[in-house]
Design a protein. Structure first.
Length: 402
């Protein structure tokens, strides 16, 4: 398998020469990267190499392998399959939304009609104060919960440090792990973790749009602890450095790894901050730090928890838009009507859909798959954290969570 793994790393880097968003992180030998980039192979050659690597992998006997090694075998096969699918897309092959997500991420999002979301909107209609449409009233309600720009850094740093502190009893990380925090503009995403290798990350927060108070913990957990930073550190530490599995020196974004990464990062928020604990911590610390009335915290989260049920509306907008059923304006309108986004936020989301396509399923479908897998361990926090940490340190695939 080691030979296949080495071929896989070269193939991922080679696709990255043609697709600048494909390699999300690489921290292997720089000489290898230089070799691949200076000897750029055509996509046809890369695809043939991936097919050959999969055939070589198929000949590897599973007899005598432990569970982690068997998972590694399956992981390499599915990652190579996703690489071939991405090459086909770069060649111009058109896949429908669900076909694409299955090929790249090993999962398909459930479909919901407009009527499904209208039922949730009716519940929100009863909860939201004020007059006007549900969308307008939610936007007005949320305005008082925006973090002032001058206080963003202090709020985010406090949130990240709290996340790190809370996972320490459960998740062992190397002593030298750390991150840098930056604020950026003109991005299609709200936050991003750029893993640098050496147990280090660059976390960027996009300030194009107002950032509401709940996003501090959301992004601190998701991009940091126990999300992307912790996930990448554990893969590098436990699988690349300790086991010598070379495939873990590279992270291809459009692959099944991303569903595990995004799903665990989102589920990790509620694992780290169960509802009551989150409201207590934020009302005592983050709300005052941001200059927001902490007495409004419970009402804010009541409404946000209900609005969260509209999460899958973004998948539906992406599915209809990418399948050609609606145009850009139709996607914006759908997101405004059923995901309760402002026009600016809806247009930012459409930019994200255009760039990342079916990647959108990884956040919510991934979260639900990870939730079911972790909570099958029982209700005890110790059991859930043990299973969660094992997931972050293993080659398990989305299909392996079912």
């Amino acid at each position: 398998m080691n030979q296949v793994a080495e071929s896989y790393v070269r193939l991922v880097l080679a696709v990255g020469v043609h697709d600048d968003g494909y390699v999300d992180a690489y921290y292997g030998p720089e000489e290898l990267r230089r070799q691949v980039e200076s000897n750029a192979e055509p996509l046809e050659t890369i695809g043939a190499g991936a097919t050959q690597a999969r055939a070589q992998l198929e000949s590897v006997s599973l007899d005598g392998l432990d569970e982690l090694e068997r998972l590694r075998h399956e992981f390499l096969d599915r990652q190579l399959g996703a690489l071939v699918a991405r090459i086909d897309m770069l060649h111009g092959k058109k896949l429908r939304f669900d076909e694409e997500s299955r090929a790249l991420y090993n999962a398909v999002a459930p479909a919901h009609s407009a009527a499904h979301y209208e039922t949730i909107l009716a519940q929100l209609d009863e909860q939201l104060p004020g007059e006007g449409s549900v969308s307008e009233r939610r936007e007005t309600f949320r305005e008082e919960f925006v973090i002032p720009k001058a206080k963003l850094d202090s709020v985010f740093r406090a949130a990240i440090e709290e996340c790190r502190k809370r996972i320490r009893p459960w998740v062992e990380l190397p002593d030298d792990e750390d991150f840098r925090l930056e604020y950026v503009t003109d991005k299609a995403w709200s936050g991003y973790n750029w893993f640098q290798g050496g147990h280090q990350s660059l976390i960027q927060i996009n300030t194009d749009l107002p950032i509401h108070i709940d996003r501090a913990i959301d992004l601190a957990c998701h991009e940091g602890y126990p999300g992307h930073h912790a996930y990448n550190v554990l893969l590098e530490w436990r699988l690349y450095e300790e086991r010598g599995w070379s495939e873990y020196c590279v992270y291809p974004l459009f692959s099944p790894m991303s569903l595990i990464a995004e799903g665990s990062a989102n589920y990790g928020i509620e694992l780290t901050f169960p509802d009551e604990e989150r409201i207590k911590y934020e009302s005592e610390h983050l709300f005052p730090l941001a200059g927001i009335d902490p007495n409004r915290a419970e009402l804010y989260y009541e409404i946000e928890k209900l609005a969260e049920k509209l999460n899958f509306a973004g998948n539906e907008a992406a599915r209809r838009y990418l399948d050609g059923e609606i145009g850009e304006e139709g996607a914006v309108e759908w997101l405004q009507n059923y995901a309760l986004m402002s026009e600016k936020r809806a247009r930012q989301r459409v930019r994200f859909i255009e760039k990342y396509r079916s990647y959108v399923i990884n956040y919510n479908v991934g979260k639900e798959l990870v939730r079911e897998y972790i909570e099958a361990a029982g209700e005890a926090p110790e059991a859930r954290w043990r299973r969660f940490t094992a997931l972050l340190s293993s080659p398990r695939l989305p299909s392996g969570l079912k």
